[in-house]
Design a binder for this molecule. Sequence first.
Ligand code: URP
Ligand code: ZN
Ligand code: ZN
Ligand code: ZN
Length: 467
Amino acid sequence: MSSFDLIIENGMVVTASDRFIASIGIRDGKIVQIGDKLEGADRVIDARGRYVMPGGIDSHVHISQPQGPGIEMADDFESGTLSALFGGNTTVLPFCLQERGQPLRETLKAYHDLAEGKCYTDVSFHLIINDPTDAVLGQDLPALIEDGYSSLKVFMTYEDLRLSDGEILKTLDVARKSGATVMIHCENEDAIRFLIDKHELEGNVAPRAHASTRSVAVEREATHRAISLAEIAEVPIVIVHVSNGEARDEITRARQRGLKITGETCPQYLTLTADDLEGMDWEGAKFVCSPPPRDEKEQEECWIGIENGTFDLFSSDHCPFRYNDERGKLNPKGKTNFRHIPNGIPGVEMRMPILFSKGVLTGRVEPERFVALTATNHAKTYGLYPQKGTIAIGSDADIAIWDPEVSRTVRHADLHDASDYTPYEGMEINGWPTTVVLGGKVVIDEGKLTGEKGQGQYRKAAARKVS
Ligand code: URP
Ligand code: ZN
Ligand code: ZN
Ligand code: ZN
């Protein structure tokens, strides 16, 4: 009998704090030894010249989440997690959207049923609190947090999702008492409504207007307010999908005041601009997300936030739709008025290759920081560390081996999501995760799928310690 099921040797092992050439010994799904030279395995992978990194954790993805009447997301748990896996991820954290009037246990059951037997990566859920009644906040939510569903998202925008400031405060109070982690989508809905009405009166209804009605001020104001609400409720929060320098600076200032605010940004804010929303017949619609991509100056501000540590999390906000066939089930009014275009773009497979290519290989982002931004900090923020997010003895053997020599031109035809386009079509990418190990099993082997549907497990997440 071999000592190990798998050895990965000669690679540059990278964690959030160190890099070193070593052999990793894996047995029964866990990392059991890290050493100079290990012997005796059923299989040995020679990772010479490659980076051996923790599998990515994408803590912001939308899968099978209804998006308004009749509008379905392109990805279910099968295609969404397959796409994630090919992008070097071994865990994703999708959202379970509470319908109005729905008990949270029912919400969770519905998403567990959708995910059961389908996943290629491990999965852990966030709850979206859409109906914070006394029963939900008083009983259901605390019980679920205790039971390992310890993160939730609240929205300050979207007519059918937004909570009032009072509702957000009450939700934050539950999080303070129970140790849940709250993600906040920061855009001022009343300001957006005002700007949409104004744009409509002027006949300005093309997709590009989506970006103008969700301006930097709209995001900055709500970011400031969310931080103030967290300060009042005395609880840490995560500001998700930050798109610009002004919102970023709200986080910086809050931290200087001693508040625990975590910032997240996404690849679209480093690479796309509002000009990508130009174009009718769904072409501009394919770049509609909230907050919208800005301009080159704000792209640079987001890079600075990545470099200076304001952003701890780099997530995809994968939220895929189909535009070119009837399976997309879009509201046809979206063709003539941007307010009916669903918000969200696909990106779970491209998240890490974009940051690796444009950050690590250009020297802007140290490999250790890449690991922190794409894996370790996600595990720490959402209660999965140290089982997930690092290469250490006792951690799950979730590993991505990155080949910096692989160069690819992005083509949607080569990706694995069920959307029908990628906003990154034609982008030149250097470096790719060519081999992926999930729970000790080689599930992508030199670019070929060797794993199977259903291999991913559900992972409960521990709440923060509360004093
Ligand atoms: O446009 C976006 N971001 N759609 C996904 C939902 C959200 O707000 O994260
Ligand atoms: Zn959001
Ligand atoms: Zn999102
Ligand atoms: Zn395609």
